[in-house]
Write a protein that binds this ligand. Structure first.
Ligand SMILES: Nc1nc2c(c(=O)[nH]1)N[C@H]1C(S)=C(S)[C@@H](COP(=O)(O)O)O[C@H]1N2
Ligand SMILES: [Mo]
Length: 265
């Protein structure tokens, strides 16, 4: 009978270098084929999976969209209105802020800024038409924060306007704003975004009419644009024409092109 000590010794016989290499190669190849096989099966499953039901988002395979929606839910649950985006001193704001795309602005030759009114579409069908002076008469809020575009640039910018939540309260739109979504569109309807209630009501979300302490330029969205610091630039609609409220996701320009509908930061 082997004594325990002998037994241990036997197991401890060191492998030769060649044996070690062989063993590692075997493990690597095994893993390679197993993972490769799994990836192929997974890929095939995805390719055969039905496309999502056509709607406000671009065509993607249903399982991918489900994953995206789960991700969105995860972040929505984390979202809190007491959670504020970082702000900066005014001196750090860009003196000549960058202008990005101009959809719904440069393609609208009929637009008359002096005749502009914000059209709020209420659920009962009765529209409100609100002039800029009425909006400017409300308490002004300013914010300096890092504006981020999905295209990969960011810039510290200084905005002034009325808190969207103050605006809604003043015009007795609180009840409407309890609906899960808000839709905003340019006057010609060429650019449009959808926003969930939580982001619309976030305390840093503004209807902005000033930049760097001066009236907004046309390129930056005059007379009135959305500034929603908890979202990427794509959601910050310039030149707001209409505002509406709904139970379902409103149409969204970039979501239709396949970008994330939520686009939160
Ligand atoms: N009407 C309108 N709003 C818009 C856009 C647009 O093309 N048209 N582009 C969006 C994008 S992608 C970004 S990053 C910001 C840029 O705002 P800025 O041009 O003031 O920098 O506006 C957003 N709002
Ligand atoms: Mo952007």
């Amino acid at each position: 009978m082997m004594k325990p000590a002998d037994h241990k010794k036997k197991l401890k016989v060191p492998l030769t270098v060649e044996q070690k290499i062989k063993r590692r190669s075997f493990i690597s190849f095994g893993a390679f084929f197993a993972l490769g096989g799994a990836a192929t099966v997974g890929w095939k499953w995805l390719l055969d999976a039905p496309e999502e039901i056509p709607g406000v988002t671009a065509g993607a395979r249903a399982p991918l969209r489900r994953a995206l929606n789960k991700t969105e839910l995860f972040f929505r649950n984390l979202f809190s209105n007491s959670h504020l985006v970082k702000t900066y001193p005014k001196e750090l704001a860009a003196a000549t802020p960058r202008v990005n795309s101009l959809i719904g602005i440069e393609d609208d030759e009929d637009f008359d800024i002096n005749a502009w009114k914000l059209v709020v579409k209420r659920v009962n069908g009765q529209n409100l038409n609100i002039g800029l002076e009425e909006i400017k008469a409300l308490p002004k809020t300013e914010i300096v924060y890092d504006f981020k575009c999905v295209e990969g640039w960011d810039e510290i910018q200084h905005w002034g306007g009325v808190k969207l939540s103050d605006f809604l309260t003043h015009f007795k739109l609180d009840a409407q704003a309890q609906l899960p979504y808000m839709g905003l569109e340019t006057p010609n309807g060429a650019y449009y975004v959808g926003l969930e209630r939580e982001s619309a009501l976030h305390p840093q979300t503004l209807l902005a009419y000033e930049m760097n302490g001066k009236s907004l330029s046309v390129a930056h969205g005059a007379p009135l644009r959305l500034i929603v610091p908890v979202k990427y630039g794509i959601k910050n609609l310039k030149r707001i024409g209409t505002m509406s409220f709904s139970n379902n996701r409103p149409r969204d320009y970039w979501a239709e092109q396949g970008y994330d509908y939520y686009s939160g930061l």
